[in-house]
Unconditional design. Structure first.
Length: 81
């Protein structure tokens, strides 16, 4: 089985719209910084450097970087054939 590694950067103080297809089957590690996940219901969950996430199928609206530095997320997923 083959895997692919993707790096996603959320710039300091900015938002990134949640796209379920982007995170399908991916294990996500917060490599640097921190990111808030804004849920469809309006609540937030904060994840920091070293945290491991599974974003597939969640009711997330936006990824927000509240920090002064860029947040770097690394997504590992199986290669789709």
């Amino acid at each position: 089985m083959s895997f692919e590694r993707r790096t996603v950067t959320v710039e300091a103080g900015s938002d990134r719209a949640y796209d379920p297809a982007e995170w399908f089957d991916a294990l996500v590690v917060v490599e640097r910084g921190e990111v808030d996940l804004e849920c469809d219901a309006g609540g937030f969950a904060r994840f920091r450097q070293g945290d491991i996430l599974w974003l597939a199928g969640l009711p997330v609206r936006t990824l927000h970087n509240p920090g002064p530095d860029d947040a770097v997320l690394v997504a590992i997923s199986r290669v789709r054939v």
